[in-house]
Design a protein around this ligand. Sequence first.
Ligand SMILES: O=C(CO)[C@H](O)[C@H](O)COP(=O)(O)O
Ligand SMILES: [Fe+2]
Length: 208
Amino acid sequence: MVYIAPSLLAADFSRLAEEVGRIERADMLHVDVMDGHFVPNLSIGPAVVEALRKKTKLPFDVHLMMEEPLAYIGVFRQAGADIITFHIECQDQPQAVIAAIKASGARAGVAISPKTPAEAIGPWGEDLSQITVMTVEPGFGGQSMMLDMLPKVYKLRARFPQALVEVDGGVNLETAPLCKAAGANILVAGTSVFRAQDPYLEMRCLAM
Ligand SMILES: O=C(CO)[C@H](O)[C@H](O)COP(=O)(O)O
Ligand SMILES: [Fe+2]
């Protein structure tokens, strides 16, 4: 059983509500938040999350690519985030960010960028609901998957059995079976789902 999380980054931003309607049968909506510092790009902020919250019942899986996420946990939770993931490479203390996410009532996740080893997650990883293995350099959609990141997936599954392990970046019909074989629980898929003629069929095939 694998969950599919289409990434809004690949949607047509001129008609977001309609785009979310096309993937209503997904398991969750992945929302990429970029601050222009942690990554060299800007994307979606809390106002968009809040507006879309009124358009769908899908759980919101919010991926914060931010240098200082701590100050924004409450804002994104208030806007409608169900799962809030921050990067281990950020400037804030992981334990403090996890505590703030849990205090807000959201589920807590951490993401690790390609250059960060799985071992960088300390014992505090036991407090996480989700761990995101980045299989592209964060910042942009539509990149090719770095397949050499997949061993991190099975290492983290074994070490933190309470957490769901999510793969983010370059998931498509070719790479999804490899992610599942490595033990991934959640596949983020932006380009492959939103650019498919039939997003529902694409999601079914990714999950198979
Ligand atoms: O976090 C991300 C980029 O930093 C995106 O979630 C990721 O790139 C998904 O997009 P695609 O499926 O097009 O690779
Ligand atoms: Fe993401």
